[in-house]
Design a protein around this ligand. Sequence first.
Ligand SMILES: [Mg+2]
Length: 266
Amino acid sequence: MLDQLSPPVRGLILDMDGVLWRDDTPIGDLHTIFARIQARGLQVALATNNATKTVDEYLVRLRGFGVELEPWQIITSSLATAHTLEKIFPQKGMVFVVGENGIVSDLREKGFTVITDPNDETPVVAVVAGIDRALSYHKLRRATLHIRAGAPFYGTNPDTTFPTPLGLVPGAGSILAALEAATDVKPIVIGKPSPFLFELAAERMGLTKDESLVVGDRLETDIAAAQMMGCRCALVLSGVSTHQQAEAWNPKPDLIAKDLSELAGI
Ligand SMILES: [Mg+2]
């Protein structure tokens, strides 16, 4: 199917959930799929809104499915958030975080001093919020006071819920909504449908947007972000969005495939 693209692309930016796997179950033979993509001479980067897992955890998971990738090929919303803040605050500084280890360690790695203690009153250059399964009123209170004092407000990703075996539970977007209600400030959200993740993915592959193809399973996030960025995109029907929804989406994705195997030509 990739042969239908003219001019051809030189790299793929793949979403993970619904493209590579559903929960813990791989979608197709991932080892064969990645070997086929490599044989076509295409570069690959993976981009997810999930900010709870680290890059290493994804590498281990992929290795379990027979796929060996390098750390630079994995982009999470926490990584993209840290990357964006680094560009905006080259002088670094203190950041108050409502979030978990993923975002905390990515910001520290970029040289920011991260404050998570809600009793620490030190002024900050920014507030970053994401999923925090140890969320407390005091954390929301401190973040609110910082934002009301003028600190810019960033969110890792907009997903209001995420699926668990028990059903849908609150995601990062629900925590952002609480802070937005308390501050009357809308966060700058880094994850899809904002194009930051895909831009970073293309940059890391050394490709322009015209040379990249985004592959995702969700119209409102993956496809919307690709189209906002001006990048060609393929919808796979192995996840959330259906063929019918894709037909109604305007403009339509450049390609629609049953799954990544079909797209890769297996
Ligand atoms: Mg997905």
